[in-house]
Design a protein around this ligand. Structure first.
Ligand SMILES: Cc1ncc(COP(=O)(O)O)c(C=O)c1O
Length: 528
């Protein structure tokens, strides 16, 4: 998938990193052409109706604009003129056609009001393959936070059970595990995530293993870490957990739409991700996954098209390819916490699990929903599937690598949140880039006093505001418990956290956009 990115020794070599973006853009363009041929512009798929404005596509093709100046996907999005939006890590932006269709949908409902409880079985059938899972396991949730809470509240934790998590969880994960501690007496054990050259997948794995005891019931971690962009070795962590009989919960807020996501291959028991971030769906959309099988062999499963099928109503069926499970453990007890249909058809009654049960049907039906919102999310997923998720991942990663190469060129290797290699290591295969131009010596891992930390926080916030107000560039900063240069086994204590910048690069960006943010930063933040 990333042979060309792996092709040469391009340590800190900006030109080679840029060439890799061009190559990735070429693959993206091929995927887009194939997609247009396959569907034919303007044909109606399931909810698919003319995904890219025809005129914009024709104009992009005719203009011969180089990928260096414009992303092959830029024409599909409608950002305000002059705005360079690079905070997809917080929330994304829907393609123009999706916005139009959602608007029409909303208008139609206002014209002829309809209660909207059903219709999601077909949606789940449509998108599950794109995430490497069975439609029985995939729920359209409200967002990552919603999914995470529905996961942890559904697992019967008991006092003294231990949960291993990291020191870099987002508020959603932190709130969830803190509640487990307060309400159920769960003991929280924290792994410090290393940064800059202290980071390695092996080190992360070793730190999780060191926290394991006979009482460990679950692990909960983000992939990628929202503060640093490090894509933790999710499959290795879930595989280790499965071997130990531990439940794995992944906060994958950023994975859908950013990279290829194969949930059966990852091997997690539970996963929660955002629909509104990199997948570019509307606000208040997300994906909740509950593993509901253990057969290691891939299959084509027959799934109903009616929402009522799990409760005895006959339904036409469709065949859906489902990859085999890497996690072949028995299914953990899990209760639905929010449903109209508790126990219906025996599904999840008393937390009991059965691979033949349509778990998602029970978890999905939580009252009246928003048809335009869910249709829009599904439409985004169809676009990504049709455009090709591997090509999108390659483009996103190549662009991030170009950004990192420019950071290395101007601020040095030590400024980055994770180690930099010319080709993207597994941990670097994300569109989130974090670097710290405010720390002493441009060192991400520099030890800070409380006073330095506070000054850095102010400088970092001011830089984000200046970029927004004076340059129309939106990025964000974070407060990070980074690894200490003086002792790589330790992370900064509260009060001495660092305040690096975080930049998101997505499929609608180009190397010219990366140059623009770097040039602005060189005017706004300290550099050597
Ligand atoms: C790792 C992580 N988890 C959870 C969330 C919360 O996401 P949502 O708004 O989808 O609930 C975020 C948001 O930035 C995040 O970065």
């Amino acid at each position: 998938m990333n042979e060309s990115i792996n092709a040469g020794p391009v340590w800190g070599n900006v030109a080679a990193a840029k060439a890799a973006v061009d190559e990735a853009a070429g693959r993206v363009q091929t995927a887009r052409r194939d997609f247009l041929k396959l569907f034919g512009y303007g044909s109606a798929g399931l909810v698919l109706g003319g995904l890219i404005p025809e005129a914009a596509v024709a104009a992009a093709a005719a203009s011969g604009v180089s990928a260096a100046n414009q992303s092959p996907y830029a024409a599909a999005f409608g950002f305000d003129p002059g705005l360079l939006y690079m905070n997809i890590g917080t929330t994304g932006a829907s393609p123009t056609q999706v916005v139009k269709n959602a608007h029409q949908d909303y208008k139609a409902i206002a014209g002829n009001p309809t209660a909207y409880f059903f219709g999601q079985q077909v949606m789940r059938n449509t998108i599950a393959e794109g995430f490497g899972c069975d439609p029985y396991e995939l729920v359209l949730s409200f967002n990552t936070t919603d999914g995470l809470w529905r996961i942890v509240m559904g697992i019967p934790f008991a006092p003294g059970d231990e949960l291993i998590t990291t020191n870099m969880e987002e508020d959603a994960g932190m709130s969830a595990y803190r509640m487990l501690a307060d309400r159920f007496g769960v003991v929280i054990k924290t792994v410090n995530i290393p940064t800059n050259d202290a980071y390695s997948d092996a080190e992360v794995l070793a730190r999780f293993k060191a926290r394991h005891t006979k009482k460990t019931k679950a692990i909960l971690f983000s992939c990628p870490i929202y503060l640093t962009g490090a894509r933790l070795p999710a499959k290795q962590l879930c595989k280790w957990a499965a071997k130990k009989g531990i439940i794995s919960i992944v906060d994958g807020a950023h994975l859908p739409g950013m990279v290829v996501l194969d949930l059966h291959d990852m091997g997690c028991d539970f996963f929660s991700g955002a629909g509104h971030k990199w997948q570019c769906g509307p606000g208040q959309t997300g994906f909740l996954y509950v593993r509901n099988g253990f057969d290691p062999n891939p299959q084509v499963v027959q799934r109903p098209t009616s929402d009522f099928a799990p409760f005895g109503v006959p339904s036409p069926m469709v065949g859906i390819p489902v990859p085999g499970y890497t996690n072949t453990n028995p299914l953990p007890t899990y209760y639905p916490t929010n449903t109209l249909l508790y126990g219906a058809g025996g599904i999840l009654a008393n937390g009991i699990r059965d691979p033949s049960h349509n778990v998602a049907a029970v978890l999905q039906l939580i009252g009246n929903g928003s048809r335009p919102t869910q249709n829009a999310l599904v439409e985004c997923c169809q676009m990504w599937d049709a455009w090709g998720r591997p090509a999108i991942e390659d483009y996103v990663v190549a662009l991030a690598q170009y950004l990192r190469s420019r950071i290395v060129d101007s601020w040095g290797f030590d400024a980055l949140s994770i180690p930099f290699a010319g080709f993207a290591d597994a941990s670097a295969r994300t569109g989130l880039t974090s670097f710290n131009p405010f720390s002493p010596g441009f060192d991400y891992n520099a030890d800070l006093t409380a006073a330095q930390s506070s000054a850095q926080g102010a400088a970092s916030a001011a830089a984000v505001a200046t970029l927004k107000n004076n340059y129309q560039i939106v990025i964000r900063n974070n407060s990070v418990p980074h690894t200490l240069r003086s002792n790589p086994t330790q992370n900064a204590a509260p009060g001495t956290f660092s305040a690096p910048l975080r930049i998101s690069t997505h499929l609608f960006h180009s190397p010219a956009d990366v140059d623009r943010v770097i040039n602005a930063l060189l005017e706004v933040v300290p550099h050597p």
